[in-house]
Design a protein around this ligand. Structure first.
Ligand code: ARG
Length: 456
């Protein structure tokens, strides 16, 4: 066998390279390299002078990358090698000392943890912003009745505020999931070396402190094999995007002529190129359609990690595009949802008209009988018969005569007509978490408390 390696095949090079996407890790790579170098000087592996030369050189490389005048080389396989190559060009052979007591395996895991932490924090800010808009909208539409649906069939009326706040609580759970993601990045991989540790008694604690980690990972094999925090971000993102898709889907329905519940501003909708009367809810449609893409990234990443033997495998290079596209897609969707909702105007009359359908009071009438001792199952059957009769006669429930009521039950008197008057069946939902306006007011106060008590 020849002592010298043949040059890599260009096809293999193209397959193997990650520079096309991992250049986004550059700021984290520079920061961790500077912390690493400082620690190597602290523990006597490098001299103070070598360390300051390297730190200064890394500053320069970082500046070039930031300004966009860093020139990449055909031979640069990934961002880590590109930075080290350029550093050595700038500072000379001492640049080669940067990689002492480190491997690209612990290096890339560290960059990824830093990236995930920063973006999980940013994502939380965007989620919070959307929650603020929802709380404001709920406050402005506190007592606007609308139909609530099951199976997309009108079921029981609710207040619009109540419906909007449902999304608030979904997002609040997303916030928690992203907080969990931040926790999952608390342990520093750097210092694990290729897989077994390094041949110097380095101070991982001081690197951890410098880079904002709680402390070093306990097990070097786990440190370089672990991408749980990436999975945590992508899985939290998949759920959050799914929530946004439900919001998007409702807005598509609500802004249709058929529902007419709301209108979006021109800045978040588009006109048709051929039909001048049309206003399309593109942003809401895209919220709906972007979600499965993130779910796809989750599946893809689980597939990458599935059954991988310990420790590092090149497969893991494939974590990045799944993560980066997830971050970009979700952040954009959150901003779009926020902006779009800010432009929404609701139509009080259309909502009320749809909510005023008396048949929505069927449960309340059944409960009227329950209060008089009739078992719910029985009263349910009685009211079903009543509703069928009214539909057959082409009458509203309130138009049935006392004689007609008597055919179904001897317990339906004046109270029956009272329940149907004035939408009282909305205010009757007084249970905790129900839609009665006093409950919604409490709920809104709790939501405000969450917003005040949460920092991104
Ligand atoms: N570009 C690689 C990645 O993203 C860096 C780690 C390479 N490690 C190695 N042993 N080849 O995973």
């Amino acid at each position: 066998m020849s002592r010298f390696r043949e040059p890599p095949d260009p096809v293999f090079q193209r397959l193997n390279a990650s520079l096309g996407f991992d250049r986004r890790l550059a700021p984290y790579d520079i920061a961790q390299s500077q912390a690493h170098v400082a620690m190597l000087a602290e523990t006597g592996v490098l001299t103070g002078e070598e360390a300051s030369t390297l730190v200064r050189g890394l500053d320069e490389v970082g500046g070039e990358l930031e300004r966009g005048d860093f020139s990449f080389d055909d031979g640069d396989e990934d961002i880590h090698m590109a930075i080290e190559r350029r550093l050595t060009e700038i500072v000379g052979p001492v640049g080669g000392k940067l990689h002492t007591a480190r491997s690209r395996n612990d290096q890339v895991a560290t960059d990824m943890a830093l990236f995930v932490r920063e973006h999980a924090m940013r994502t939380r800010e965007r989620v919070l912003e959307l929650m603020r808009v929802l709380a404001d909208l709920a406050e402005r539409h506190l007592d606007w009745p609308m139909p609530g649906y099951t199976h997309l069939q009108r079921a029981q009326p609710v207040y619009l505020s109540h419906h909007l706040l449902a999304y608030f609580w979904m997002l609040q759970r997303d916030l928690d999931r992203f907080a969990g993601t931040i926790n999952a990045t608390a342990d520093l991989p750097l210092g694990a070396g290729a897989l077994a540790g390094v041949n110097w008694n380095t101070s991982r604690v001081s690197v951890a402190r410098a880079l904002g980690f709680d402390g070093p990972c306990e097990n070097s094999l786990d440190a370089v094999s672990n991408r749980d925090f990436v999975l945590d971000y992508v899985s939290a993102a998949a759920i959050c995007a799914m929530h946004l898709s439900r919001l998007g889907a409702e807005i598509v329905l609500w802004s249709s002529e058929e529902f007419g519940f709301l209108e979006l501003g021109d800045s978040f909708s588009s006109g048709s190129s051929i039909m001048p009367q049309k206003k399309n809810p593109d942003a809401a449609e895209l919220l709906r359609a972007k979600a499965p893409r993130i779910a796809g990234h989750l599946t893809g990443l689980l597939g990458v990690m599935h059954a991988l033997p310990l420790a590092y495998n090149k497969d893991m290079q494939e974590d990045k595009e799944h993560l980066f596209d997830t971050v970009d897609t979700l952040e954009l969707c959150l901003e779009a949802a926020t902006g779009m909702l800010r432009t929404a105007t609701f139509d009080r009359e259309r909502l009320a008209e749809a909510a005023g359908d008396e048949f929505l009071a069927a449960t309340d009438i059944a409960d009227l009988l329950v209060r008089q001792g009739v078992p719910f199952r029985e009263s349910h059957g009685t009211v079903a018969g009543l509703v069928r009769h009214a539909l057959e006669q082409g009458k509203k429930l309130s138009e049935l005569s006392p004689q007609e009521l008597a055919q179904f039950s001897d317990k339906l008197g004046d109270e029956y007509y009272a329940v149907l008057a004035n939408g009282s069946w909305l205010e009757s939902k007084v249970s905790e978490g129900g839609t009665a306006s006093a409950r919604v007011r409490d709920q809104l106060e709790l939501a405000r408390g969450v917003l005040e008590g949460t920092s991104a």
